[in-house]
Design a protein around this ligand. Structure first.
Ligand code: 23B
Ligand code: ZN
Length: 257
C-alpha cells in the first residue's frame, strides 16, 4: 500500500429485511367520509375488482350492502333480496383484498358475534396489522341488516341506519367475509371487526349484526399494506372528516338491541 490511497468509504452493511408481506388492503374513501354522508363515489366495481377479489362496502346512495366474493359483487337490498351487481356500478366506500391465506384455524362453537370476535382476536398475531377473514360454514342463527337508497341532500350514515332493515334467519350455509382494522386507523376504516355474509344459494346476506355457529374453519389473511384511494369529488375535498366519534361508528356497525 503506497500509503497515499484514500481510505475506502465504509460500505453500508445494514441489511434491510425485505417486506415479506405484500398483502394489501385496498379501500375507496374512508369510514369517516361515509359517516358524514359522502354517499357518491367515483370508483366502479370493475376498478375495485383490480385491487381485490374479496371485500365489502356499499353502493352510491348507500343503496344496500355490498359483498364481494370470488371477484363477483352482490347487493343485499333493503327488502332482503340478494342480487348480483354489474361492475359498472359505483361505490362511495368499499374495502377489498386479493385474499391470501396466511393461516387457517379451527374455531370453537360461537354463540354470538362477541364470542366470534374474541376467538378471532386470539388468532391475530400482530394487533397493529390489518386482517381479512373468510369462514365458510352453516350459521345456526344469522342477523343482518341492509338500508334504503338515499337521495340528496344526503343525511348522515347514522341517520340512514336508524331506519335499517334487519333480517334474522337460521341454518344458512354461506361465506362470512370479515376485516379487522386496528383502532389507530379508526378514522379510515371500521375499527375492530366488520363482517358481511353471503349464502351459497345467493339469497341471503348483508352486514352482519349477530351470528352463531358450531365449530368452523377460518381462513386468515394477515395484511401489512394499506392503500386508500381518496375520492376526488368536491364534496370530499370540502368535507370535515375530523369530527366523527369512533363510538358512533361502533354504534352503527353493531347490534344495538
Ligand atoms: C353500508 C354500511 O352498512 C357499511 C358500509 O356496510 C358499513 O358501514 O357497515
Ligand atoms: Zn357493513
Amino acid at each position: 500500500n503506497s500509503g497515499n490511497q484514500t481510505p475506502q468509504a465504509p460500505v453500508a452493511t445494514t441489511t434491510y429485511k425485505a417486506q415479506e408481506n405484500k398483502n394489501t388492503l385496498f379501500q375507496y374513501s374512508t369510514i369517516n367520509a361515509l359517516m358524514k354522508g359522502q354517499f357518491d363515489g367515483e370508483m366502479t366495481l370493475g376498478e375495485l375488482n383490480k385491487h381485490g377479489d374479496t371485500g365489502l362496502g356499499t353502493f352510491n346512495g348507500v343503496d344496500g350492502e355490498l359483498t364481494q366474493l370470488d371477484g363477483k359483487f352482490y347487493r343485499y337490498t333493503y327488502e332482503g333480496r340478494m342480487v348480483e351487481v354489474d361492475k359498472k356500478e359505483l361505490t362511495p366506500f368499499a374495502v377489498t383484498t386479493k385474499f391470501q391465506v396466511t393461516k387457517t384455524a379451527r374455531i370453537n362453537p360461537v354463540k354470538d358475534m362477541t364470542a366470534l370476535n374474541e376467538q378471532l382476536t386470539k388468532l391475530i398475531d400482530h394487533k397493529n396489522n390489518f386482517y381479512a377473514f373468510k369462514i365458510h360454514g352453516t350459521f345456526k342463527t344469522l342477523k343482518t341488516r341492509s338500508e334504503e337508497k338515499q337521495h340528496k341532500p344526503y343525511p348522515t350514515l347514522p341517520e340512514v341506519l336508524a331506519n335499517q332493515s334487519v333480517f334474522e334467519t337460521e341454518n344458512v350455509t354461506g361465506t362470512l367475509i370479515g376485516f379487522y382494522t386496528p383502532n389507530y386507523a379508526a378514522t379510515l376504516n371500521v375499527p375492530g371487526f366488520h363482517y358481511h355474509v353471503i349464502s351459497d344459494d345467493k339469497t341471503k346476506g348483508g352486514h352482519v349484526l349477530n351470528i352463531s355457529f358450531d365449530a368452523a374453519t377460518v381462513q386468515i389473511d394477515e395484511i401489512a399494506n394499506l392503500e386508500v384511494n381518496l375520492p376526488q369529488t368536491h364534496e370530499f375535498h370540502d368535507a370535515d372528516l375530523t369530527t366523527v366519534d369512533p363510538e358512533d361508528v361502533h354504534k352503527v356497525e353493531t347490534d344495538q338491541k
